[in-house]
Design a protein around this ligand. Structure first.
Ligand SMILES: [Zn+2]
Length: 415
């Protein structure tokens, strides 16, 4: 085929794609830029297909554009939750450990996937357009869920997953000698370097976007060298490691091992927080609200969480938003339950501008997608939400999301 024919063929293939792309214009009463903590009034956002193509007060509105009038609302990028468990819904009362095990007995991977479908929808309806799901999804239900959402079969946020959690023997459980296989339903037990490497490769092979490890839920914990080995192994495939750490020693091993994000870190000392800051390690603190602690039967834990969040903010650790809700919170969907954590951030006296950054631009940066998601700029994905008030003045307005667009598609419109 000569060059001219190739060009003509390419034009025939490409032109319909351009002409079919839906053109939408959003009239934003207030446009919020979380990174700059700035507000622009009466702005137009031009969206072509899945991306934002122009933003400004005077842009020309194409004739065939669909107009969405949000001139009475504050418009901002969709929110992120970097620590979710969409496929896990613990309903049993009692201690969390027993309820976890009951979940294995009561729910198959299929049940978990279907639970994930419901939770994903509620997340999107609450204004979360990107999530990182960090395991407890049976036999890779998270990967199936991600594929289905990304293929447009079910409504849900743009979803990253971690597959099965890698942990020392026992995972996060303490079972008896006759039930040693239970943890293997959701954990890859990895105690030797070969097992660690194999676990990472299994997750990558099956579709994990991040690797999640648990450092310190047993008496034997991963060392800094173990963490370094897994970080290096994942990095060979361009993938980062997030680590569940709940002890001071575990946190220090995680930071020294060079991992990307500390999950929880509930009791970190100032020194450990400073280490995290110095090494550029993200804290995804999953700072449970009082409502969540009440369900866990542990309301006394709340002040400690507020204190750690306050110290982390004052020390200047990079923070992304993560909720880690795995239980039913009365009166809430999973999506709205995640936003109960705003109470913790407010009680820790974090300014609204920085709470909003944690929910958007910071999380996008941690997930290596700040160039395409997390703000409303030309060439970025059209992940856009609207709320009644300016969130920089009243962050709790984020609990009243009235409009949700993900990748240029409207999922909620002024309901
Ligand atoms: Zn978690």
């Amino acid at each position: 085929m000569n060059k001219k024919r190739i060009v003509i063929l390419l034009l025939i293939l490409v032109i319909p794609v351009f002409s079919l792309a839906q053109v939408t214009v959003i009239k934003a009463g207030k446009l919020i830029d979380p990174k700059e903590a700035s507000v622009q009034e009466n702005v137009l956002i031009l969206i072509k297909g899945t991306r934002i193509s122009n933003v400004g007060p005077d842009i020309a509105i194409p004739e065939d554009a669909k107009i969405i009038d949000l001139s009475d609302y504050s418009v901002l990028p969709g929110m992120f939750d970097c620590h979710t468990h969409l496929c896990l819904m613990i309903k049993a009362k009692g201690t969390l450990g027993l309820a976890f095990l009951a979940d294995y007995l009561l729910n198959t991977t299929a049940d978990k996937a279907l639970q994930g479908v419901e939770n994903a929808r509620t997340y999107l309806e609450s204004g979360f357009t990107t999530i990182r799901d960090v395991g407890n999804a049976g036999n890779f239900a998270d990967v199936a869920l991600k594929r289905a959402i990304n293929a447009g079969k079910f409504p849900g946020p743009n979803t990253l997953v971690t597959g099965k959690i890698i942990a020392p023997m026992g995972g996060q459980h303490h079972v008896n000698s006759e039930n040693l296989d239970y943890p293997k339903i959701e954990y890859i037990e990895a105690d030797t370097r070969d097992e660690m490497r194999k676990g990472i490769r299994l997750n990558l092979h099956l579709g994990a976007d991040w690797i999640k490890i648990v450092i310190d839920d047993q008496r034997y914990i991963y060392s800094a060298e173990d963490v370094r080995f897994m970080v290096d192994e994942a990095a060979k495939a361009g993938v980062k490691v997030a680590a569940h750490c709940v002890t001071e020693k575990g946190v220090r091993n995680a930071i020294e091992g060079g991992l990307a994000s500390i999950e929880h870190g509930f009791i970190m000392s100032d020194e450990a927080l400073q280490m995290a800051k110095d090494k550029g390690v993200w804290l995804c603190g999953t700072d449970f609200s009082k409502e969540v602690w009440d369900v866990y039967g542990s309301p006394k834990s709340y002040p400690g969480i507020v204190n750690r969040l306050k110290r982390a903010y004052q020390i200047g650790v990079k923070m992304a938003f993560g909720s880690d809700i795995v239980v039913e919170i009365p009166g809430h969907t999973r999506g709205s339950a995640a936003l109960t954590l705003l109470d913790t951030w407010l009680d820790a006296e974090v300014p609204a501008s920085d709470i909003l950054r944690a929910l958007t631009t910071n999380s996008a940066e941690m997930l290596d997608m700040a160039k395409i998601r997390g703000n409303i700029k030309p060439q970025m994905r059209a992940d856009i939400i609207a709320v009644p008030e300016n969130p920089l003045e009243n962050i709790l307005t984020l609990r009243e999301v009235k409009f949700v667009m993900k990748d240029g598609k409207v999922y909620k419109n002024l309901q």
